[in-house]
Design a protein around this ligand. Structure first.
Ligand code: C2E
Ligand code: MG
Ligand code: MG
Length: 584
């Protein structure tokens, strides 16, 4: 059927004529003789088009049209008015009423069919457009949902992300029915090394499993879990009781204790938890997250697995920030000083050089040893500035002593972070060149632990420093976890500084003596120098000499001293460069 048409005219002859054309053309026609009847039919069986006479008793065409247009269910049915010819007022009113077209009587068959066909085609096109729009709208809605998911959820674990977590927490804060909640911030220990060592796929899988475990622990409790980023997760649970929160932390840590099964491996994962409580620790989400972060930092530092925020910790962290900004000023104001601690050749007692150790001449707190500020400086980029200052100052000192006829090798200490500065070797070269200093008068110490943070990059940087002719030493040797494989890759001519913890008891403890003896042996085998650190007693020094250790450093020999005390000491002890190669 081409279409369903309702024809309305109070004059049956008119109806018969018009219905005749349409039927013959293949339309389904329903003729009615009054407006009221027309409305009834439309209500039961809505047509595709209405042909509507204007002049009718009781209810005229305009009234019928107004009723159809007023009802959203019928408003879109096209209405074509039928009327006596030449009535301009009728025509205008017909369009104003919402009519789609107008056909004059007496009807011409071809005109009626053409106009009806046009209106039906328009109507069909409108429907198609509407359908297409509906499909499009549905797609847009779906995509919007996807995007919202991306914006609010972590794609790897499917957990809410930081944004969603904060918003959910804000919602809880605004909810008068919530009287308190606990925020637990979790940070994996050693995740980075697992990721680096075993690859990102394994790391990803670990994070996914971890997310699953957190959800299991939380199961049934009113709260939610989120991945805040990297290896940082958060849990928020209703109830503002510290003991309950700590109990939950223990449950989580207990659950994480059983190893993760990853690609045929069983990996154990430690984690540190910081706890903040609403309302005790704050009433804004950002503030609570910060508190939990401080608590987590404390948990990590004290290795206590979890820790609840306490206001006193925060003064720590504010003082940490204050320290950083003061330190920046101190570098600028030249409040840093280097003290120099000599090293001697054990056999001859002559100086082989000095180690430069930084101190901070604090305007109020006096002379601060590196332990008071370095660990915090090392956490930030400030360590770059410190190291550059140290290199520059040590070079100036070497230069100064050289001018006085004292060629003294000066060792400086590098931090782990310095070893990933690709431009450090160039920078050191530039300082040496600018002052015309023989490179062997500079020595660089790096702790074994720092070297192990990123062994490949460290070795690359150290290799380039060695290529300059600068000497190298592995500091605190024995306390880190370097492997023999790594030792083999160290640049030639490196020194091993044996840590004080092994040296101090060699006389009393045969085990310590055996360890030190084998380190010395190892050093010789690698063509490396062995330097014993932290010697406080004469019998220790004597024993080291008999074990074949060439060099020594410690309070027994000399404490770190400022210039000019260091220079006087050096002059008394043979000038300073009694390198083992020279003294036989
Ligand atoms: P380190 O490089 O192993 O330096 C030796 C530390 O042991 C120095 O402490 C020194 O004063 C101390 N020491 C020397 N002989 C003895 C001894 O006989 N007995 C005892 N008990 N201690 C002794 P200091 O100056 O406090 O430096 C501590 C650490 O700070 C250094 O350990 C080094 O790792 C780091 N450090 C010092 N200056 C710098 C620097 O300019 N840059 C960097 N990155 N680190 C530095
Ligand atoms: Mg050192
Ligand atoms: Mg040391």
């Amino acid at each position: 059927m081409l279409g369903k048409i309702l024809a309305v005219d109070d004059i049956p002859d008119n109806l018969r004529v018009i219905a005749g054309f349409l039927l013959q053309a293949g339309y389904d026609v329903r003729p009615v003789t009054s407006g009221r009847e027309a409305l009834q039919v439309v209500a039961v069986d809505p047509p595709d088009l209405v042909l509507l006479d204007i002049r009718m008793p009781e209810m005229d065409g305009f009234a019928v049209c107004a009723r159809l247009k007023a009802d959203p269910a019928t408003a879109n049915i096209p209405i074509v008015f039928l009327s006596a010819s030449g009535d301009l007022a009728d025509k205008l009113q017909a369009f104003e009423a919402g009519g789609a077209d107008y056909i004059e009587k007496p009807f011409q068959e071809r005109e009626v069919l053409a106009r009806v066909e046009l209106q039906l085609r328009l109507r069909r096109a409108q429907r198609e457009v509407a359908e297409a729009r509906d499909v499009l709208e549905a797609k847009v809605a779906e995509r919007t949902q996807d995007l919202a998911k991306l914006a609010y959820f972590d794609t790897l674990t499917g957990l809410p992300n930081r944004k969603k977590f904060s918003e959910d927490m804000d919602r809880m804060l605004a909810d008068p029915a919530v009287s308190g909640f606990a925020l637990l911030l979790l940070d994996l220990d050693r995740f980075k090394s697992i990721n680096d060592a075993l690859g990102h796929d394994v790391g990803d899988e670990l994070l996914k499993q971890l997310a699953g475990r957190l959800l299991t622990v939380l199961d049934g409790r009113p709260g939610f879990v989120a991945r805040l980023g990297g290896d940082e997760f958060a849990v928020c649970v209703e109830g503002g009781d510290t003991r309950e929160a700590e109990h939950l932390a223990e449950l989580i840590l207990g659950n994480l204790e059983s190893p993760f099964a990853l690609e045929n491996m069983r990996i154990e994962m430690g984690c540190s938890v910081g706890i903040a409580i609403y309302p005790r620790d704050g009433d804004r989400s950002g503030e609570l997250l910060r508190c939990a972060d401080v608590a987590m930092y404390v948990a990590k530092q004290t290795m206590s697995r979890y820790s609840s925020y306490a206001a006193q910790q925060d003064t720590n962290s504010t003082s940490r920030l204050a320290l950083l900004s003061q330190f920046a000023d101190a570098v600028a104001a030249n409040h840093l000083v280097l003290h120099y601690q000599p090293k001697i050749h054990i056999a001859s007692g002559k100086a082989t050089g000095v180690e430069a150790l930084v101190r901070w001449q604090h305007p109020r707190r006096g002379l601060l040893p590196p332990g008071e500020f370095l660990p915090q400086i090392e956490l930030t980029d400030m360590i770059r500035r410190l190291t550059h200052w140290v290199v520059e100052t040590a070079a100036a000192q070497i230069d100064d002593w050289l001018r006085q006829g004292l060629p003294v090798p000066v060792a400086i200490n590098l931090s782990a972070r310095n070893l990933v500065e690709e431009d450090l070797p160039d920078w050191i070269a530039q300082v040496l060149r600018a002052r015309g200093i023989p490179p062997h008068l500079l020595e660089v110490e790096i702790t074994e632990t720092a070297m192990m943070v990123a062994p490949d990059r460290s070795l690359a940087v150290l290799g380039r420093i060695a290529d300059l002719g600068v000497r190298l030493a592995v500091d605190d040797f024995g306390t880190g976890y370097s492997s023999f494989a790594l030792l083999r890759r160290l640049p030639k001519g490196i020194a091993l500084k044996i840590d004080r913890s092994f040296v101090e008891r060699i006389v009393e403890d045969p085990a310590d003596e055996a360890i030190v003896a084998s380190i010395i042996h190892l050093a010789h085998g690698l063509s490396a120098r062995a330097i014993a650190e932290g010697i406080e007693k004469a019998d220790v020094l004597a024993r080291l000499g008999s074990l074949g250790c060439q060099e020594a450093q410690g309070y027994l020999i000399a404490r770190p001293m400022p210039e000019p005390a260091a220079r006087s000491w050096l002059i008394e002890h043979g000038g300073g460069d009694a390198s083992p190669g020279k003294v036989t």
